[in-house]
Design a protein around this ligand. Structure first.
Ligand SMILES: *Cc1c(COP(=O)(O)O)cnc(C)c1O
Length: 383
């Protein structure tokens, strides 16, 4: 089976992890800080805080943004469930906005869903294409919302000539093996805000700090010995282990190569698939956006969209690990139980019901891509 995505691990990655294992530090060692600094530098942000998953990182960012019981947050319906789940962890309510033809959140739909209870807005860079962050920055200013970019899929993408990671109050990258680079499991928040950096670090490690500068003043009046640490709030253990961070630092050196290879593969697909009838290719990139090409999401034209599952099954039969990204979050059984109804975001529902992601990853070969394109051509000609 050709997977829809997979990691690219080479001997330099293996050496980096081996070295980390031999260093004596499995967790809470220097490799995490090295990785954080490297990511912060890559996207020119002051702070980066690493977590043991992108989901944990989102949970921490929502916490740092002050999202609380009874608050609302605006998230796209077209995303992985984790974007919305992180609001539920904090007792807040995800409010779903509809999507554009690109698959990204529609700023107009998002604005219509803003209420007095809205605390934050969280655009997602669907398939690695940056969301319309200028529009969301405007909304955040106008309604005094915290802007958090779920860039799980878009490390290495550019928006208006600047890397993703510079366009929100906090930006999350995921390092799951299918994403731009991997740490096995892992995620990170980048920000320029020192207050967020402090809260993210506390939240990551039980709400406990060992930093004397952060001790609560009345506790500080007693002379504390070097062993002293204090728990100031209820946090979690969301720390990234050192060997994962070492893998991340090694992978990051090849990020630009990975993205260039993904881009070249996407361009080859544009050519190979262009003349297949009833196939809708990914919306072309605008001049100001450079996708990280996390996914190659194709859609079936309305006349054959009802055959999507048949096309999907036939691709799988031929050993092509197609996938569908993503079920509109509110149509999951858990969300239905919470009271969300079908029909909430009609554009997203239509988009997803015709969508198939075909394999795209850094080390896919032109031969594999030609096989995928020809198989797809034959399937569509015969349904
Ligand atoms: C992958 C992903 C996440 C979750 O990241 P993990 O590292 O797997 O926890 C969140 N949001 C989006 C859009 C994703 O694609």
């Amino acid at each position: 089976m050709i997977p829809y995505s997979t990691q690219d691990i080479d001997t330099s990655d293996i050496q980096a992890v081996t070295k980390s294992l031999r260093s004596g530090w499995l967790t809470q060692g220097p490799a995490v800080e090295t990785f954080e600094k490297a990511i912060a530098e890559k996207v020119s942000q002051k702070y980066a805080v690493a977590f043991n998953s992108g989901t944990a990182a989102l949970h921490a960012a929502y916490f740092a943004a002050g999202i609380n019981k009874g608050d609302e947050v605006i998230v796209p319906a077209l995303t992985f469930a984790a974007t919305a789940n992180a609001a539920l962890y904090l007792g807040a309510k995800p409010i779903f906005a509809d999507s554009l033809q690109t698959g990204n959140m529609d700023p107009d739909s998002a604005e219509k869903k803003i209420s007095k209870k809205t605390k934050a807005i969280i655009p997602v860079d669907y398939t690695g294409r940056p969301a319309d962050m200028r529009a969301f920055q405007k909304l955040a200013r106008k309604y005094k919302l915290v802007l958090i970019e779920d860039a799980a899929q878009s490390l290495g993408a550019d928006y208006h000539g600047k890397p993703v990671g510079q366009h929100a109050d906090m930006t999350m990258f995921s390092f799951h093996p299918v994403k731009s680079i991997t740490t096995g499991e892992g995620g990170i928040i980048v920000t320029n805000n020192k207050k967020y950096d402090i809260l993210l670090r506390l939240f990551r490690s039980h709400g406990i700090t060992k930093d004397p500068n952060l001790f609560i003043p009345q506790e500080k009046t007693e002379v504390k010995a070097g062993w002293y640490q204090e728990m100031q709030m209820l946090g979690f253990n969301y720390r990234m282990p050192d060997m994962c961070a070492a893998l991340g630092t090694s992978q990051l050196k090849r990020l630009d190569t990975f993205i260039a290879k993904r881009r070249a593969a996407a361009e080859l697909y544009h050519k190979l698939l262009a003349d297949i009838p009833n196939l809708i290719l990914p919306h072309p990139e605008s001049s100001y956006e450079k996708s990280a090409w996390h996914l190659y999401a194709i859609r079936l034209a309305p006349s054959i969209a009802h055959k999507r599952d048949e096309v999907f099954a036939k691709l799988r039969e031929e050993g092509i690990g197609a996938q569908v990204h993503h079920i509109p979050v509110y149509t999951h059984p858990y969300y239905k139980k919470l009271g969300y109804k079908k029909g909430l975001c009609p554009h997203t529902e239509a988009f997803v019901s015709s969508e198939i992601s075909i394999p795209l990853f850094a080390k896919i070969t032109p031969k594999q891509q030609k096989f995928i394109a020809e198989t797809l051509r034959n399937i569509i000609a015969n349904i």
